[in-house]
Design a protein around this ligand. Structure first.
Ligand code: ZN
Length: 321
């Protein structure tokens, strides 16, 4: 009994000593809205953080419905990181209902050129949400809804990573040097990735760079690398495309030189398979647009996700029927 007590006291004293020394302080608990941000926080934070992504692998953040367990996760966090640009409209209510009082960092903040955004209206989520309703397809009237999928251009992710490093530094200033170093090392990998993607896409003749996907998730990628993406659904997956929209897309596929059609990991494949059959275009594979795969899949982290997508896009665009 006495021995046990002594042992317990010694263990406690040791743990206290280590914690105050800083080297083995408890990791910063970070909650992110979705899996891709989860990976980016892990890359910057390393051993100094534990990360929980609310919308996990292969899940769709556009239509996510938080559960009470998600509010509990948020309430225990020391830092919350979101994408912004209207991507996760459910997050505001979730944070409020969780009574979380810590920082909420917008990873896309300060990013150079958001797509489909009205000038001078960068953070108006409510307008954006209304704008999305009933205007998922192309050709709708009024201002285009903001495209939140900024991570599809690796150069935008440079802003994400630096914002994350800054946010971690504010919560955990002791490890500021590590965060800065890890972030800048990762920025170099993003720049390498950008160069590689550009080379891969330049190898495909321009006339063969038209591809169909489920929803408009690839706008930033298309703009950066000169690929044209057509989709039956808009920048959100929350509304189903109508029969007219699908018929127009099928016509477009026949009239224009569409080289491949890709399913997405997060959306129902049935609609795209119908379009593929009607327009007689082959399915080129599966793109990871809004979520990583599980650890055994082909896209367990951001860099491998981009490489997977690009490798498959290139192969499908170059394939000769
Ligand atoms: Zn999306």
């Amino acid at each position: 009994m006495t021995m046990k007590k002594l042992f317990g006291a010694a263990t406690l004293a040791m743990a206290g000593g280590l914690a105050s020394g800083g080297a083995h302080a408890a990791p910063v608990s970070v909650v992110t809205s979705f899996s891709i941000l989860g990976d980016l926080v892990s890359q910057v934070g390393g051993d100094h953080v534990t990360v929980h992504a609310l919308v996990g692998a292969d899940q769709d953040a556009h239509v996510f419905q938080p559960r009470p367990s998600d509010a509990a996760q948020v309430s225990r966090a020391q830092l919350v990181v979101v994408n912004g640009l209207g991507f996760e409209g459910w997050m505001t209510r979730l944070v409020e209902s969780s009574n979380y009082r810590g920082p909420v960092r917008v990873a896309s903040e300060g990013m150079a050129h958001p797509l489909g955004m009205k000038d001078g209206d960068p953070d108006h989520d409510h307008d954006h949400d209304h704008g999305q309703e009933g205007s998922a397809g192309k050709g709708s009237e009024g201002a285009a809804p903001t495209d939140p999928h900024a991570w599809q251009n690796p150069l935008n992710v440079v802003s994400y990573v630096r914002n994350i490093a800054q946010a971690l530094t504010e919560v955990d200033p002791d490890n500021a040097g590590d965060y800065r170093q890890r972030a800048e090392a990762y920025v170099l990998r993003l720049q390498e990735l950008d160069q590689w993607v550009a080379q891969q896409m330049e190898a495909v003749p321009e006339g063969r760079r038209t591809v169909i996907t489920s929803h408009e998730a690839m706008g930033y990628f298309g703009e950066r690398y000169g690929v044209r993406f057509l989709a039956p659904q808009g920048v959100s997956t929350s509304s189903e495309p109508g029969a007219r929209e699908v018929a127009r897309l099928v016509r477009q596929v026949r009239d224009e030189n569409v080289t491949a059609l890709f399913l997405e990991s997060i959306t129902n494949a049935a609609l795209l398979q119908q379009i593929a059959a009607e327009a007689r275009v082959t399915v080129g594979g599966r793109l990871y647009s809004d979520a990583l795969s599980g650890p055994q899949g082909p896209a367990p982290d951001y860099l491998s996700m981009m490489r997977h997508n690009v490798t498959n896009l290139k192969a499908a665009m170059q394939a000769v029927e």
